[in-house]
Structure formats: structure tokens, C-alpha cells
Design a protein around this ligand. Structure first.
Ligand SMILES: CC(C)(COP(=O)(O)OP(=O)(O)OC[C@H]1O[C@@H](n2cnc3c(N)ncnc32)[C@H](O)[C@@H]1OP(=O)(O)O)[C@@H](O)C(=O)NCCC(=O)NCCS
Length: 162
């Protein structure tokens, strides 16, 4: 059985992450772009996060030969109302080729552990209600609580990958 481990992401992982996004295929706009155009801004984001480890944690799940099969990204923000820190998880993606082997669970648990280590008050993320992950209770099974009374607002500047 494939052994999956978690490590911090590096800028060189950008292309593997871009491939995973392509495999998942949620964005038609992104999927028609050349891989380099997708991986370049990801590498820039990774370099930014690497310089600010207090503010961000980017993790990858790797299988044999350091093959990246998934990733997650969490941003640590001071939250006045909570009187402490909150972690905003912005990405949790596992390649469909590696799905069901525990990588997603390991990534989220690693984030939960890191938040605990930092003395965080809570973690937060959004999960599309039409997604399999939502329907299968992926986060609930990991101890997360859904807040149906909270609306998720977004203010758009421009379309992603435009
Ligand atoms: C959701 C996702 C991260 C799960 O990763 P994974 O590595 O396949 O999941 P795991 O193997 O760690 O399985 C964890 C649990 O989820 C279940 N699961 C397996 N495949 C799943 C899938 N495709 N979607 C949702 N849940 C899945 C497993 O049965 C397991 O439950 P169990 O502990 O009761 O057995 C992955 O399917 C994915 O990237 N999906 C697309 C992106 C997405 O929806 N991200 C999350 C919201 S942004």
C-alpha cells in the first residue's frame, strides 16, 4: 500500500499542484491554459508563503519518490472578536488518482495540529454544498462543525484565471 506523508510545500511543487487542479477540473478557464501559466502564479504564492511562515502554512501530501498527490494551504489571522488567532484554510485538494488513501484526512489533521500548536481559537473553511466532500461529510467526520446560520459573502474583483 502507498505510504503517504505530509511535508511543507516548496516553490518547486507548483507544477505538481497545477496538475492536481487540472485533474480535479473545477475551472474550465484554468484547464485550457498552458500548465506553465497556471503553475507560475502558484510558485509566486508559495514563495510568498515561504517568506512568511508565521502567516501561512502550505503542506503537501507525498507518496513514493516525493510524488505530490495533494496539498492544503492555511492562513493564520489575528481575529479581534475572538481575542486570538484563527486559521483560514483556503485549499484542500487531492489528486483523483490518489483519492481514498488517507491523504486528504492527513492534510486536514496536520492543519488542525498546527493550529493547536499555535494556540489558535478556531479554523474556518468553505466547502461547496454540491461537492462530494460536502455530501460525504468529509469535514464533519474530522470533527468540524457546519454553521448553517452563517452566510458566506464574497466580493469579486475579477474572475479567477482571467
Ligand atoms: C475531499 C478530498 C480532499 C478527500 O481527500 P482523500 O484523500 O480522497 O480522502 P481520504 O482518503 O483522506 O478519506 C477521508 C474520508 O473521506 C472519504 N472520501 C474518500 N474519497 C472521497 C471523495 N472523493 N470525496 C469526499 N470524501 C471522500 C473517505 O471515505 C474517508 O472517510 P472515512 O474516514 O470515513 O473512511 C479529495 O477528494 C478532493 O480533493 N476533492 C476535491 C476537492 C475538494 O472537494 N476539496 C475539499 C473542499 S475545498
Amino acid at each position: 500500500m502507498t505510504k503517504i506523508t505530509i511535508r511543507e510545500a516548496r516553490a518547486e511543487d507548483a507544477e505538481a499542484m497545477a496538475i492536481i487542479l487540472r485533474e480535479i477540473g473545477w475551472s474550465e478557464r484554468r484547464n485550457v491554459l498552458p500548465l506553465k501559466e497556471v503553475s507560475k502564479p502558484i510558485a509566486e504564492l508559495l514563495r510568498h508563503c515561504e517568506k512568511d511562515k508565521g502567516g501561512h502554512t502550505v503542506l503537501v501530501a507525498v507518496a513514493e519518490k516525493d510524488n505530490v498527490v495533494g496539498f492544503t494551504n492555511v492562513h493564520w489571522v489575528p481575529f479581534v472578536m475572538l481575542g486570538g488567532w484563527k486559521g483560514y484554510v483556503s485549499d484542500v485538494f487531492v489528486s483523483p488518482n490518489a483519492s481514498g488513501k488517507g491523504a486528504g484526512k492527513m492534510l486536514v489533521e496536520a492543519v488542525m495540529e498546527e493550529g493547536k500548536r499555535r494556540g489558535c481559537k478556531r479554523l474556518m473553511l468553505t466547502n461547496g454544498k454540491d461537492k462530494t466532500s460536502y455530501k460525504s461529510g468529509f469535514y464533519k467526520k474530522l470533527g468540524w462543525t457546519e454553521r448553517p446560520q452563517v452566510a458566506n459573502f464574497v466580493y469579486y474583483y475579477r474572475e479567477p484565471w482571467s
